[in-house]
Design a protein around this ligand. Sequence first.
Ligand SMILES: Nc1ncnc2c1ncn2[C@@H]1O[C@H](COP(=O)(O)OP(=O)(O)O)[C@@H](O)[C@H]1O
Ligand SMILES: [Mg+2]
Length: 341
Amino acid sequence: MRIAVLCGGLSNERDVSLSSGRGIARALRELGHQTVLLDLFLGWTEELAAVEDVFAARDEDSAFSVAESAPDLAAVRAMRPGQGLIGPHVLDICKAADIVFLALHGEEGENGKLQAYFDINGVRYTGSGYLGSALAMNKSVSKTMLRAAGVPVAESVTVRRGEAAPVPPFPCVVKPCSGGSSVGTTIVRGPEEYGAALDLAFQYEDSVMAERFIAGRELTVGVLDGKAMPVTEIIPKSGFYDYKNKYQPGMTDEPCPAPITADQTSAIQALAEKVYDVLGLQAYGRVDFIMGRDGVFYCLEANTLPGMTPTSLIPRMGRAMGMDYGTLCQALIDASMKKYR
Ligand SMILES: Nc1ncnc2c1ncn2[C@@H]1O[C@H](COP(=O)(O)OP(=O)(O)O)[C@@H](O)[C@H]1O
Ligand SMILES: [Mg+2]
C-alpha cells in the first residue's frame, strides 16, 4: 500500500508523535509498504514534481528520543510563522495515499478536526472518526457520557478561565480537559497547592478539571477492533505517571499482562470495550483506569491515538498477544480500513 505517516504537528505531544511516527514509518517500510513520513505542520518542503514520487523508498529514519519535558511549540511555530496547522503539500500527499497512518498525539491531530477535514476531502486514515475523537478528547464531556452509561468515573468539577474555581475535596488532580501525556497535570494534596495547579493547567487550556484523587492501582487496556487487549499495570518508580515517567525508558514498571485476578481482568476488559462503544471509537484506542481501594475500576479517559513509541503501552500489549511492532501496525491499518467498506 501507499501510506503517508503523519506526525509532529503543533500539540504538546509533538515529540511523542515524532517518536511514534518514525517507528511506524520504519516498520511499514519493512513490511514492504511505500511509505512517506510527513510532519503535519512542517509539511513537504522539497521540490514536488509528481506526488507519487514521495512514496518512493528513502533512507531509514533514525529513532527519535523524547526529551524529559514537553517541547517548545513557539519555536516550532516560528518555523512557518503565521500559518495554519497543515503544512505545504500535506493534503495532496494524503490524498495520493491509500491510507494515512495518524501518528499524531494530543489536541491538534487527535481531537477530531483533522479527521473531519480528511472525511470531507476523501482521505482515509487510521483510528477513530471525527466524532469519537472529539468526544474522547474532552475528558469532561467523555466522563459525562460514561457516567450516564454506568461506567464508574471520579467526581470532578470543571472550571473555565475567568470563573471562580469551586474548592474541591483534597487530594485532587487538576488537569486540562483536553490535555494528554499528563502535561499541565498536578496532584494537589491540599488547598495551599490548588491555585498554582490551576494556573499551570490554564497555561494549556481554557477549561480545566479538578478530579477526586483515586488511590489505588493504575491499569490501562488497549482495544483493537472492538476487542480488549491484555491489561497493563502502570507502576512509576517514583511520583505519578507524568510526562517524564511516560517517555524516559526505565522510569516505570509496566507488567503486561497485569498481575490481577482473572475476574478482575475480564471485568476491566469488558469495561474498556464498553467505553470504546459508548464514545463511538473505531479501529483502536486505549482506556486508562485506576482500580480504587474499594475495588471499583474508575475510568480516567480514553485515548483515540495512543502512543506508539518504543516505550508505549499499545506495542507492549501487542507483544503480549504475540504481535511484534510491525504486525501490530498492520493490524491497526486492517482494523482502520474496515471503516471504509
Ligand atoms: N483522578 C485521579 N486519581 C489518581 N491519579 C490520577 C487521576 N487523574 C489522573 N491521574 C494520574 O495522572 C495521569 C494522567 O491523567 P489522565 O487523566 O490519564 O490524562 P492524560 O494521560 O491524558 O494526560 C494518570 O495516568 C494518573 O497517573
Ligand atoms: Mg492517560
